[in-house]
Design a protein around this ligand. Structure first.
Ligand code: S3P
Length: 171
């Protein structure tokens, strides 16, 4: 551990492919803090993948479960929390995240995001005829929301996961 115990959570926000889960895992290890990934929590409770939940129950149902996870975390100990890419878009979620601790936007540009998500089939929102176009549009719509995070940390191509985690700590 590089720091003492966390008194507030570190909540990672940003686009799919920005590295929230990978960096969050490394960060939690470095800080000797608990790690929680909101997508994984939803999947565990539902016994289904995010893609299956979207297909069976729809996005609004998924968003409701996502908000419930954040709400439940409010009564738990602080830790490192990775959110799904859509979690920081609603005002209600942003308020809960502000109560949990510091929001950290892992800020990556379109090309880096695309290189990381293009060969994966786990993001239901990208199952479109032109996924790169969809990613481009989502990024444009979401930038104004992500920029409300308290801290922004630039994800540069070639930076390793541990180096990115160290960069978050430095900020
Ligand atoms: C989503 C991002 C995903 C997951 C769901 C919706 C989004 O999480 O929550 O597919 O709206 O951007 P990751 O950001 O971890 O891929």
């Amino acid at each position: 551990p590089v720091l003492g115990h966390l008194t507030r959570s570190i909540v990672l926000v940003g686009m799919m492919g920005s590295g929230k889960t990978a960096v969050g895992t490394a960060l939690a290890r470095m800080l000797d803090a608990p790690f929680l990934d909101s997508d994984h929590e939803i999947e565990r409770a539902a016994q289904m993948s995010v893609a299956e939940i979207f297909a069976r129950d729809g996005e609004p149902f998924f968003r409701a479960r996502e908000s419930e996870v954040l709400e439940r975390l409010l009564s738990g100990p602080p830790g490192v929390i990775s959110t799904g890419g859509g979690a920081f878009l609603s005002e209600a979620n942003r308020e809960m995240i502000a109560r949990l601790g510091v929001s950290v936007w892992l800020k990556a540009d379109l090309e880096l995001l695309w290189q990381r998500v293009r060969h994966k089939n786990t993001r239901p929102l990208l199952r479109t005829a032109d996924p790169k176009r969809t990613l481009t549009d989502l990024l444009a719509q979401r930038l104004p929301h992500y920029s409300k995070a308290q801290v922004a940390v630039e994800a540069e191509p070639g930076l390793s996961v541990p180096d990115m985690a160290r960069k978050v700590i430095a900020h």
